[in-house]
Design a protein around this ligand. Structure first.
Ligand code: TYM
Length: 329
């Protein structure tokens, strides 16, 4: 049995990228492993320090997790800031994280480029907090999308460094988990990079059918293949990549064959994709509405989850303190 941990920042509603990167695998494995699922609200403060939206966002993500199939009676689901031991482990791990390696992290460089007015220390040490999230339960598997692989690699580096420095075999190797497949990268509908919360190119689990149809029909395409088996442009490859995740293999093959024979009509491709996304999302969306209106249920889930998470976190922090020589009088 593995200890599995998955997390999502509470910076907005969940999109298809989050779903396939971090949620769908987790939902499948929750019954056979020791699973933790948490909402990274501290992490969201590095870029979204707005007291008015912080809690509503946490509530949304919690409702969306549950609606997507996480069972709080089986997995432990909690909010990061409800487990203060995470903050302590973060502090302790910071003593063994080097400024140079943090400055070289791709996500940090990206944030510096995009938000030069707010390069805060929380952003720099973001990977250390993420390592604390993972190592607090000594998780061995972490379902993440491709964009988080470097952070996970740093978690392994910090864990190894801790073990070597103190001469212990305490923290495990936390490996990415994706059912033996390559990491997932769900692209956006704008023909460019990944689907993201801040890119405005996403389909959300809470989107209504009409919105999904509109977004998919507006997806960027090209002028069509000019000869049989011609290579695909990025925008068309992106549409097929999303389709591979939501449609049946037969449907994907049907449109691939059409593409390769230069018979494809992008309008038909998009219509099919929109309907397949709706088929997947509509039931989740309806559950989101139901769950998010039940405040008593959400508080119960958050309270009970925090209790379970704190138990495991407390054990780790006590052991780490002992290893590091922090002794109480
Ligand atoms: P976040 O909130 O940006 O994304 C949450 C999860 O969704 C995945 N993801 C994607 N996967 C495939 N295609 C996409 N287009 C796509 N967009 C997002 C992400 O890889 C991630 O798995 N730093 C993390 C939150 C975090 C965390 C952790 C995750 C904090 N501590 C500990 C795992 C373990 C983040 O910003 O994810």
């Amino acid at each position: 049995m593995e200890t599995v941990l998955s997390g999502i920042r509470s910076t907005g509603n969940l999109h298809l990228g989050n779903y396939f990167g971090a949620l769908s695998n987790f939902v499948k494995m929750q019954h056979d492993n020791k699973c933790y699922f948490f909402i990274a609200d501290y992490h969201s403060l590095t870029t979204h320090p707005d007291p008015k939206i912080l809690h509503p966002n946490v509530k949304n993500v919690l409702s969306e997790y549950l609606a997507a199939g996480i069972d709080p009676d089986v997995a432990t689901i909690y909010i990061q800031s409800d487990v203060p031991q995470v903050a302590e482990l973060y502090l302790l791990l910071n003593m063994h994280a080097f400024i140079g390696e943090l400055e070289r992290t791709a996500s940090f460089k990206d944030k510096v480029r995009k938000h030069s007015e707010n390069v805060n220390a929380g952003l720099l040490t973001y990977p250390v907090l993420m390592a604390a999230d993972i190592l607090i339960h000594r998780a061995t598997r972490v379902p993440v999308g491709k964009d988080q692989e470097q952070h996970l690699e740093m978690t392994r580096k910090f864990a190894r460094r801790f073990n070597n420095f103190y001469g212990v075999d305490y923290f495990p190797e936390s490996l990415p988990y994706n059912f033996g497949k390559d990491s997932v990268k769900i692209p956006g509908l704008d023909g460019s990079g990944k689907m993201g919360k801040s890119e405005g190119n996403g389909i959300y689990l809470a989107d209504e059918d009409a919105v999904i149809r509109k977004k998919v029909m507006r997806a960027v395409t090209d002028s069509g293949p000019t000869e049989p088996n011609s290579p695909m442009s990025d925008s068309i490859r992106n549409i097929f990549t999303i389709m591979e995740n939501v449609s049946t293999p037969d449907t994907v093959q049907y449109f691939l064959d059409k593409y390769n024979r230069c018979e494809i009509r992008y309008g038909d491709l998009k219509k099919q994709l929109a309907e397949d996304i709706i088929k997947m999302i509509a039931p989740v969306r309806e559950r989101i509405k139901e769950i998010s209106s039940n405040d008593a249920y959400l508080s119960k889930v958050a309270r009970e989850g925090a209790e379970k998470a704190r138990e495991s976190a407390d054990k780790t922090v006590s052991e780490v303190r002992e290893i590091m020589g922090i002794v109480r009088f």
